[in-house]
Ligand binder design. Structure first.
Ligand SMILES: C[S@@+](CC[C@H](N)C(=O)[O-])C[C@H]1O[C@@H](n2cnc3c(N)ncnc32)[C@H](O)[C@@H]1O
Length: 216
């Protein structure tokens, strides 16, 4: 695994008084298990497009992976998770969701999503869904800027089957993400997801494009 996956981020889990669980990295809120509609929509977007073999960037609290695996049509899910402790905590019950890890269709790989995608055979996936950071404008990890850059989008395109989908979670309707998808994918859509984040109204986004079927 490359050097970039060996960063010493501090990942913390907090159980709130109401029983909900919150994940933070280097003190920055990443997500909780109260408002998960956009994480689930990310999965649903590609299931509804017919995806059966899917790679997910970011295990987090597992809502995207669980939504994928709730679809009988989904045959294989590979999850790339940078922080091994998140996987270990889910396995030992520190985080909820241990049952998810026993699904025989699921493979969890600890590593940077860029390495994990690059390691997949060409044209082997129906979809890649990315929820590793907040989008290019609100990064938790500076190094994740590369996830939203053309080089990685090209790698993703090459690992997708013709007609396969790249779907990206973003905190904002990012012009850069739209341009990234518009340049190399077709049928690009941006879906807004209104959410109530601890009493505050926010809108998150899921941006999706499909690899052209006639691509050379
Ligand atoms: C917002 S959470 C994902 C939430 C997930 N969609 C869910 O449903 O719970 C982002 C996750 O991506 C992981 N992550 C951050 N950067 C990464 C990278 N470059 N490669 C793989 N995982 C990464 C974080 O450790 C965190 O677990």
């Amino acid at each position: 695994m490359s050097e970039r996956s060996e960063r010493a981020d501090e990942v913390t889990v907090r159980r709130r008084e109401d029983g909900s669980v919150e994940l933070r990295v280097n003190g920055v809120f990443v997500m909780d298990d109260v408002e998960t509609s956009s994480e689930r929509l990310l999965a649903r977007a590609v299931v509804d497009l017919g995806a059966s073999e899917v790679l997910v960037g970011g295990l987090g609290l597992g809502f995207t992976a669980r939504e994928l695996l709730s679809a009988p049509s989904v045959q294989r899910v590979v999850v790339a998770e940078l922080h091994g402790e998140i996987v270990a905590w889910m396995r030992d019950g520190t985080l909820p969701g241990a049952d998810l890890l026993t699904d025989p269709r699921l493979q969890v790989v600890v590593g940077d999503v860029r390495d994990v995608v690059a390691a997949q055979p060409a044209a082997s996936l129906d979809a890649i869904v990315l929820d590793v950071d907040n989008g290019p404008d609100f990064l938790v990890h500076d190094q994740n800027a590369a996830v939203y850059e053309p080089g990685f989008a090209d790698v993703c395109a090459s690992r997708l089957r013709a007609g396969g989908h790249l779907s990206i979670w973003s905190m904002a309707d990012s012009a850069d993400v739209r341009a990234l998808l518009d340049d190399r994918f077709e049928e690009v859509t941006a879906t807004s997801v209104p959410v109530d984040l601890q009493g505050r109204d926010e809108t998150y986004w899921v941006l999706t494009g499909s690899r052209p079927r006639l691509a050379g």
